[in-house]
Design a protein around this ligand. Structure first.
Ligand SMILES: [Zn+2]
Length: 131
């Protein structure tokens, strides 16, 4: 399921700081309408309550490619190998907490992607495979 969390955002126009819901996890099997937004880097659209300026946030999003056993973290900032490995370690520490998750984890391909083009290709392939 898609899940959101509250984030603090600073308006680039009027500098107002406001709190807003941001998407941090998308399950593709349930949220196909978000695929196009994801492909163009516009999954996280926020609007300033004061001046109405619309911004698209560049934050990390976890994408679950159900029914494939593939989880992708898209983070435009995770350009280095070290940054990617941090995510992979987090993933392993989360799944090691319980047996069921560990089993799921062993069957799951976990990837960290920083380039939108690569994510776009994977999403296109997904759409072709699961029409
Ligand atoms: Zn504003």
């Amino acid at each position: 399921m898609t899940s959101t969390s509250l984030a603090e955002v600073k308006c680039t126009k009027c500098k107002k700081v406001y709190e807003t819901d941001v998407v941090d996890h998308i399950d593709l099997s349930e949220d196909r309408d978000l695929i196009n937004a994801l492909k163009t880097g516009k999954a996280n659209r926020v609007q300033c309550p004061k001046c109405k300026k619309v911004m698209y946030l560049n934050r990390s999003i976890v994408v679950n490619f159900e029914p494939e056993n593939r989880i992708v973290v898209f983070d435009p900032a995770a350009r280095t190998k070290a940054a990617k490995e941090d995510f992979i370690q987090d993933f392993h520490s989360v799944i090691s907490f319980n047996e069921t998750l560990s089993e799921i984890g062993e069957e799951t391909e976990f990837l960290v992607i920083s380039k939108i083009d690569k994510l776009k290709t994977m999403l296109d392939d997904y759409l072709k495979a699961y029409k």
